[in-house]
Design a protein around this ligand. Structure first.
Ligand SMILES: C[S@@+](CC[C@H](N)C(=O)[O-])C[C@H]1O[C@@H](n2cnc3c(N)ncnc32)[C@H](O)[C@@H]1O
Length: 298
């Protein structure tokens, strides 16, 4: 499914090249201290997508499971992915690792009582010394590698713990994914004369579908790319604003604690909502186009 249009291509210029970097402490103690950010994004994708095949459907193709593999999921979050993969690993082993105890506990609770062996480990993805060489048939890093402080060290460790013939799947976005949302965001920030330091792209730009290949090729002999698209369509502004707020807080790193008046964010949200409402009134919905995909590494 291809949602690309010339109008969409024109918007990509609005996303800055500079991007935010988040510390491991921010990821653990702020953005993923609880599951709200993740729950909001997962709900929006499931409810408003137009591609009938989900991210997990694509992931299952790439994992090519037979049912008894050992799988390490780095940055496993609240177990949303693990819950759906688990039936395909009835005789396998699942290890979820995440830096944030808040979301990790949610994964543990979600998966309590399943017969597949599950282990939940709190830690940072570049520190895998608790695992032996070749311990896992599959390793995944789903929308998480951009948060890891030392990506190169992490990839070296992944290559070590991967069994011969195993697969590492890294899922991330293209830098221009969700360009319609960022276009409104940066347009309103310009209108509000927001501080320059807020004009940055999301941290996903650290390892995206565009620049990820070379980083991975340093550690894996074969790196293949599979891409797909989706389009979230919001016909009411409220659910869109919930989705936007999750990204705004997470990716633009723009929270009142950053030295801005809390009123700034109220106004930003209101003005973004007005723009989106105009589009909904005109077109019937506001579209957010996702350009996403996975690197499959062996
Ligand atoms: C956007 S969420 C993705 C969660 C899950 N993979 C999914 O797709 O639903 C990113 C996750 O990476 C975790 N994370 C951030 N930095 C990490 C690190 N250095 N090591 C391990 N996990 C990390 C966060 O706590 C969060 O759960």
């Amino acid at each position: 499914m291809d949602f690309r249009t010339p109008e969409l291509d024109q918007l990509t210029a609005t996303i800055p090249d500079a991007y935010f970097e988040l510390s491991a402490e921010d990821a653990r103690d702020r953005y993923f201290a609880d599951t709200r950010m993740l729950d909001g994004k997962q709900l929006a994708h499931n409810r408003f997508r137009t591609n009938p095949r989900t991210m997990v459907d694509h992931l299952l193709d790439q994992l090519a499971l037979t049912g008894s593999e050992g799988w390490l999921d780095l940055g496993c979050g609240n177990g949303f992915v693990a819950e759906q993969i688990r039936p395909h690993l009835a005789d396998g082993r699942i290890v979820g690792l995440d830096i944030a105890p808040g979301v990790l506990n949610a994964a543990r609770t979600r998966m309590a009582g399943v017969a597949t062996s599950c282990e939940w480990i709190e830690g940072s993805a570049e520190e895998l010394s608790m695992f032996a060489d070749g311990d896992f048939d599959r390793v995944t890093a789903i929308y998480m590698m951009h948060y890891v402080p030392d990506i190169d060290a992490c990839l070296r460790e992944v290559a070590r713990v991967l069994a011969p013939g195993g697969r590492f799947i890294l899922t991330t976005d293209r830098p221009d994914s969700m360009v319609e949302m960022f276009d409104v965001h940066f347009t309103v920030m310009k209108q509000m004369d927001a501080p320059r330091h807020l004009f940055k792209a999301t941290p996903k730009a650290r390892i995206s579908l565009t620049n990820g290949h070379d980083q991975l090729a340093a550690h894996f002999t074969q790196v293949d790319l599979r891409t797909w698209q989706d389009q979230l369509r919001f016909s009411a502004v409220g659910p869109f604003l919930d989705f936007y707020a999750a990204h705004n807080y997470c990716c633009a790193a723009s929270q009142p604690g950053d030295g801005l008046e809390p009123g700034f964010f109220t106004e930003l949200r209101e003005r973004v909502g007005e723009h989106v409402q105009t589009v909904i009134d005109r077109d019937g919905y506001f579209a957010v186009t996702k350009f996403t995909g996975s690197f499959i590494c062996q």
